[in-house]
Structures are given as structure tokens and as C-alpha cells.
Ligand binder design. Structure first.
Ligand SMILES: NC(=O)c1ccc[n+]([C@@H]2O[C@H](COP(=O)([O-])OP(=O)(O)OC[C@H]3O[C@@H](n4cnc5c(N)ncnc54)[C@H](O)[C@@H]3O)[C@@H](O)[C@H]2O)c1
Length: 448
């Protein structure tokens, strides 16, 4: 696989790179007409919402949701987290078990901001009870979980939004609309650059805090003694619960890559994958590699590299010193036969100003427009339409990350059928589309 890498000379030759936080005037003018999410006018118009998983992200999501609905219940298996959240929502009823919380009288929707290994169990239970769901990304722990979830959401007809909120950010939408309308000529290569993870350890077990139900926190994952670094916040750097920054940031940037690629959702995935860690984890430390790269190839001939870049104080990376600055940053780079676009939070750049500044007068494709991810969820609760990042979108995007993680674990090229969602030939890889679940969390009635 030979990714199209821009040389520094070519980068500098693009005399005036259109860059910065400002959006082109024509796009701003169009975006002015985007309908704003509807703010409820009366108390009856505000859905009753439960927050399940009261960490930093859950509390932030609940704050956004409280513009459109009422947070009537909060749920966490750590009393300390509940205490903190109760200050934000004093009237909300407290629950320690999500099953009790789902039974809260009159509950309409949930926000699921638990760690990744808990997302699917809770989402399935909620969907089967007819609740609408805003679930944090990465949507699932495994590809098999995603397949089950997509089926369940379809069967129940619930409204489901995945928290990959870059889809509701104007800069990412502009980049994708330009790419899909041929502004770069033929799309050739995508680079998604993610921050490196921490390279820490070994860590020692200790007594869990008295406020925390460690057994329940582990859920379907292997039962092991409590280690602080495995739990709140840093769970994402352990294979047992997640797949490092590949699923954490990858659920954002690879989601944009798939959006820009423009494959039909039922075929949205690579046909081949190869990935490697750049540094092995420390034994007894964070178990997902801090630095890595993955190469994907799609059926339409486009190639894609997803890799870590050095972050301040990070653990380093192997990068071609000639790569242009745009490629060094956390974000998404689309390269086509006629130029490139780099987009990240707060910034969009292109190889020539005209790529961004010339209006897209004739579109062959228009993006789903949402400028407010949480608002879009509540609008869809009313309209019963699919949100911008529904379960299938979230599943396909995180599958790309899971496929990369499996390739890194196995260290050999893999062949994948995106329409069948199966590996071809490789039995060991096929086993990794699911995971062995701990007794007590495997025959759960929500698993189906
Ligand atoms: N969309 C974004 O930009 C964004 C940003 C940060 C985090 N996230 C996602 O949000 C999720 C939470 O991240 P965080 O940083 O807040 O994590 P965190 O570990 O700080 O918080 C998770 C909370 O969930 C609780 N919990 C665990 N299992 C539970 C269960 N079964 N029932 C109820 N509560 C349970 C934990 O006790 C903890 O309080 C992650 O999936 C993460 O990827 C998304």
C-alpha cells in the first residue's frame, strides 16, 4: 500500500494555503439558513432524560441536554460520582444500577456516558424498552456488539444518536461536502492523525474506593484486582475496556473519513487492513499501544492511513520528517488528484485558497445538516427521523477502529468484506470481532 504523501516542497509550492478558523463567506451565508434546534416552549414539551455514567463527559452531555429536556434521573455505580452530579441536578433521582434507572417512571430517553465496555449492554436494554438513546462514542467494544445494536434499534424504531459530534461541526461538514463534490478531483488518500496515548506502567493493585462497585464496573470484562489507572478516565488505554486513542479519537476522525469516502453505509468499510504498534506497551501498564499506524484500502481504490502523531510530552512517533505541518496535527487530511484539505477542530486548510473559497454552486451530493449534535437528537425525538449519527453510522465508524485494533494485535494483513461484515479466510481474526464475556454478564437477557 503506498499512501500518497505530499512532499514538503509540494506543500510549500501551494503558494497561498487557505487556512484558519474562518469559514468561507459563501458557506457562512448558506449556514445562516440552517434551522436551529427547537427550544421547548412548555414543560410538557421537555422529554424526561436519565444520565447513566456520571463522569466528566456524562455531566457535560447532560448540561447540553438540559437545554432541551429535563434530567430526571442520574445513575452511576460510584456514589462519589453521584454526589458530584447531584449538585448539578439537585432534583434528579439517584440510581446505582442502570436497570433500576431505566424503570424510572415516565422516562423517555437516556444519555449513556459509561466506559466503552458498558455502552452496548445499557444501549440494548434501553432500546428494547423503547427509550431513545444518546450514546457516547466509541459506540461499542466489538464489531459483533454493533451488529446486534443496529438490528435492535431498527426493530424498536427508537431514535439513536452516537456522540461523534464532529458530524455536527461546520468545518467537518464543509470538508466532506467539498470532497464528495469533487473539489479535490479524484479522492486518493485519507490520513487520520490521532494523539498518541500514554505509555505508562506498571501499575499496582490497590483497594477500590468504598464508594465504587468495582465488580459491576468491570461488567463483561475479566475480573481482576482493582487498579486505579484501569478505572475512571484512563480505562480507554486498556485493551480490556477499549482500544486506546484508536477508538477514542478514531471514533471522531475515522467517522469523518468514512463520511468523506462516500461509500453506501451497507458497504462502508475497508477491504484490507494492516496495522502495527510503534512501541510495545509496558508489561503491567496501559495495554493498548500508545503509538501505532493502520493502513486501510477501500473497494473504490481509496487508501487511508490512521496513525498517531506526537503530542506534547507524548511518547514519540516515527514520522517522515518531510511530511507537511498539516499532516503532523491531530485531524483529517483528504488528498485528491487536484489538491488537499486538512480539517480539525477549529481549523480548515487547503492546498490552494480556491478549494475553499469558490462556492459549491452545483452539488451532486449534500450533507445531512446539523449544527448542534445534542439539539439534533432532541429534534429527532420529536420528528422520529434518524439523527445525523445514528446507530448504523456509529457502528460503521467504530468498526473501522476495531478493525485497525485487530490488525495491530495480529500484526498481519487482513481481508474484510464490508457488506458481510466478516473477515475472509482468517479464523483468528474472526474470533476477535467478539470477545469472551465474563460469567454473569454473558447470558444477560438484554444480550439477546
Ligand atoms: N464525544 C466526546 O468528545 C467524548 C469526550 C470524552 C469522553 N467521551 C466518551 O464518554 C464516555 C465516558 O468518558 P469519561 O471520560 O466521562 O469516563 P469516566 O470514566 O470519567 O466516567 C464514566 C462513568 O461511568 C460510570 N459507570 C461505569 N459503569 C457503569 C454502569 N454500568 N452503570 C452506571 N455507571 C457506570 C463510572 O463509575 C464513571 O463515573 C466514554 O465512552 C468516552 O469515550 C466522549
Amino acid at each position: 500500500m503506498s499512501p500518497l504523501i505530499l512532499t514538503r516542497r509540494r506543500f510549500l509550492q501551494s503558494a497561498s494555503v487557505a487556512a484558519g478558523a474562518a469559514l468561507p463567506g459563501w458557506f457562512e451565508a448558506e449556514a445562516k439558513d440552517t434551522p436551529k434546534p427547537r427550544i421547548p416552549l412548555s414543560a410538557n414539551d421537555r422529554p424526561a432524560v436519565a444520565l447513566i455514567g456520571c463522569g466528566g463527559m456524562g455531566r457535560y452531555d447532560a448540561k447540553l441536554a438540559s437545554v432541551f429536556g429535563d434530567i430526571v434521573a442520574i445513575c452511576d455505580l460510584d456514589e462519589a460520582r453521584l454526589d458530584e452530579t447531584q449538585k448539578q441536578f439537585p432534583a434528579a433521582k439517584r440510581y446505582r444500577d442502570y436497570r433500576d434507572c431505566l424503570g424510572h417512571p415516565g422516562l423517555h430517553a437516556i444519555i449513556n456516558a459509561t466506559p466503552d465496555h458498558w455502552h452496548t449492554f445499557i444501549n440494548l436494554a434501553a432500546v428494547r424498552m423503547g427509550k431513545d438513546v444518546y450514546s457516547e462514542k466509541p459506540l461499542t467494544l466489538t464489531i459483533d456488539e454493533g451488529k446486534r445494536l443496529v438490528k435492535a434499534v431498527r426493530a424498536a424504531g427508537t431514535v439513536f444518536q452516537t456522540g461523534s459530534q464532529q458530524r455536527s461541526d461546520k468545518r467537518f461538514r464543509l470538508a466532506v461536502e467539498l470532497v464528495r463534490n469533487g473539489r479535490l478531483g479524484k479522492l486518493k488518500h485519507i490520513t487520520t492523525s490521532l494523539p498518541s496515548g500514554p505509555h505508562g506502567g506498571p501499575f499496582s493493585p490497590s483497594t477500590p474506593p468504598a464508594t465504587l462497585d468495582w465488580n459491576m464496573w468491570q461488567g463483561q470484562t475479566p475480573d481482576i484486582p482493582y487498579v486505579k489507572e484501569r478505572c475512571h478516565g484512563t480505562f480507554r488505554y486498556w485493551w480490556d475496556y477499549s482500544a486506546g486513542t484508536l477508538t477514542d479519537w478514531g471514533a471522531h476522525h475515522n467517522d469523518i473519513a468514512l463520511w468523506g469516502l462516500g461509500l453506501p453505509l451497507s458497504e462502508a468499510g475497508p477491504v484490507s487492513i494492516e496495522g502495527h504498534a510503534l512501541r510495545d506497551p509496558v508489561p503491567g501498564g496501559y495495554s493498548f499501544p500508545s503509538t501505532f499506524y493502520v493502513h486501510y484500502r477501500y473497494a473504490n481504490g481509496v487508501t487511508h492511513t490512521c496513525r498517531t502523531v506526537q503530542t506534547e510530552g507524548g511518547s514519540g512517533n516515527v514520522l517522515d520528517p518531510k511530511t507537511p505541518p498539516a499532516q503532523m496535527s491531530n485531524g483529517v487530511l483528504f488528498e485528491g488528484s487536484e489538491g488537499w484539505i486538512f480539517v480539525t477542530r477549529g481549523k480548515i486548510e487547503a492546498s490552494t485558497p480556491a478549494i475553499l473559497e469558490e462556492p459549491l454552486s452545483q452539488r451532486t451530493w449534500s450533507a445531512y445538516v446539523s449544527d448542534n449534535h445534542m439539539g439534533n437528537f432532541f429534534d429527532c425525538i420529536r420528528s422520529r427521523k434518524a439523527p445525523i449519527c445514528d446507530a448504523e453510522v456509529g457502528h460503521r465508524s467504530v468498526s473501522l477502529c476495531h478493525l485497525g485494533a485487530i490488525a495491530i494485535r495480529l500484526g498481519r494483513p487482513l481481508v474484510w468484506s464490508p457488506s458481510r461484515e466478516q473477515f475472509l479466510v482468517d479464523r483468528e481474526a474472526s474470533k476477535l470481532t467478539g470477545r469472551k464475556q465474563r460469567k454473569g454478564f454473558d447470558g444477560n437477557d438484554v444480550w439477546g
